[in-house]
Design a protein around this ligand. Structure first.
Ligand SMILES: [Fe+2]
Length: 422
């Protein structure tokens, strides 16, 4: 094979290797070092270095060296007018002894240092009409002078390296921006959550007898959703929906909300407007979670269709609303109100038993009972439900069998197992 053809194939092979190296998403400095090694190896050059022009500054940063001592840091400066002059001159590679006027000032500063290092050629990396760095090359190991086709190979490879560095820097910028955006987004979510809690507090302050109700409903809902295996994002969403479920009460008269006795039919109609009003208040807001307005609207619906405002039944009721409905009722039953003291735990369990499939969704009751049982029997480190119920409410000796029995009745797996063994 003719030596020229061999050389061409060799050069193509080197360019392909270089392209592959640059395309790797491996560590940036390793990519530059390997690229320099490939470039030197292609033309049997002993030493070299790659320096990057720092954006908007005159100094350069050394990215890789080969054959001049691994720890050596090449420190060069290239002023902005010098960069413009080099671009105008359109030089591919400059021998440091060439005396090109575009390089005069640069060489007057660095020629002695470059000669001491054994650097013969300085090749600017030009990407998108800007000098992004310089590749410094020593002479060939053979001692022969560079030939015109050597310059073509050098310039093609340096262009490749320049594009690689530029691409990596762009990716770094994109990653940095993405990180910044992530922080901004997290900040926004925190602001959103804080705002929601402030609203929940505003609702609870208006209703002086049920203080902390919205916050507790949010927490119970979150616990149920987590027990049901919902993804974390959806768990956060249902907590928010719980905090806001009664936001419509802000438009109901304070006297009706705070009536120290059972309210009459007219006041009841007024009070029952709050789910639809909540939907109206929440709908125009862009929530970072799904179904917040719908959950507020349907948290007084019942599985048997006897709830309000729309009388939906079963699967027509959004699942989140079924969770909040149970959390809401549980908190109502287990906190004192002006006209009644809270019910005993035995009573609450009996209410669950009687109303599952009528008022409450069976899966939701099951999940709630399971998470409470895990707390009481010490399977979970945190005791969030028990904390909300207060010290003297639950007696674990009585509560554990009550919960275990109800779970066995409601669990479809246990029922089918029992049917199988019968
Ligand atoms: Fe409500």
């Amino acid at each position: 094979m003719e030596s020229k053809t061999k050389k061409l194939i060799h050069t193509f092979g080197a360019l392909a290797d270089l392209g592959q190296e640059i395309a790797k998403t491996s560590e940036f400095s390793e990519m530059v070092r390997t690229s320099l090694h490939l470039l030197l190896g292609t033309l049997a050059i002993r030493r070299g270095a790659v320096v990057e022009c720092v954006s908007g500054q005159e100094c350069t940063e050394c990215l890789a060296v080969w054959g001049v001592g691994d720890d050596y840091q090449v420190r060069l400066t290239l002023t902005l007018p010098e960069r413009a002059a080099i671009l105008n001159a359109g030089v591919c590679a400059l021998g440091i002894a060439d005396g090109n006027p575009a390089w005069t000032a640069f060489l007057s500063r660095h020629q002695a240092e470059l000669q001491r290092l054994g650097i013969d050629l300085v090749v600017p990396m030009v990407t998108r009409g800007e000098i992004t760095g310089l590749v410094l090359l020593g002479g060939k190991a053979s001692g022969q002078a560079f030939q015109p086709d050597d310059f073509e190979v050098i310039c093609a490879m340096v262009r490749h390296v320049g594009v690689g560095i530029h691409t990596h820097r762009l990716l770094e910028q994109i990653e940095h921006r993405a990180e910044e955006n992530k922080h901004l987004y997290e900040n926004l979510r925190t602001i959103y959550r804080d705002t929601v809690r402030a609203f929940a507090a505003a609702i609870d302050i208006k209703d002086k007898y049920t203080q902390g109700h919205s916050e507790r409903v949010g927490k119970y809902s979150e616990i149920i959703a987590r027990e049901l295996g919902w993804p974390e994002e959806a768990v956060e969403g249902i907590a928010i929906a719980g905090y806001l479920h009664d936001i419509g009460k802000l438009i109901v008269e304070r006297d009706i909300i705070n009536a120290p006795y059972k309210i009459d039919a007219k006041a009841s109609i007024e009070l029952n407007r709050h789910p639809a009003a909540g939907f109206e208040i929440l709908s125009p807001i862009h929530h970072p979670y799904a179904d917040i307005p719908l959950t507020a609207k349907y948290h007084h619906e019942r599985i048997d269709g006897r709830g309000y405002p729309d009388g939906l039944s079963g699967d027509q009721i959004p699942f989140g609303a079924r969770i909040v409905a149970l959390a809401d009722s549980f908190d109502a039953m287990t906190t004192d109100r002006p006209y009644k003291t809270r019910r005993s735990f035995e009573d609450v369990i009996e209410d669950f038993r009687r109303n599952t499939g009528k008022q409450f969704d069976g899966l939701v009751v099951l999940a709630f009972c399971r998470s409470l049982l895990k707390e009481i029997s010490g399977q979970t480190a945190e005791r969030r439900i028990m904390k909300m119920l207060g010290k003297n409410y639950l007696n674990s000796d009585r509560a554990i069998p009550l919960l275990t029995e109800l779970i066995a009745e409601l669990d479809p797996n246990e029922q089918s197992a029992a049917a199988g063994s019968a």
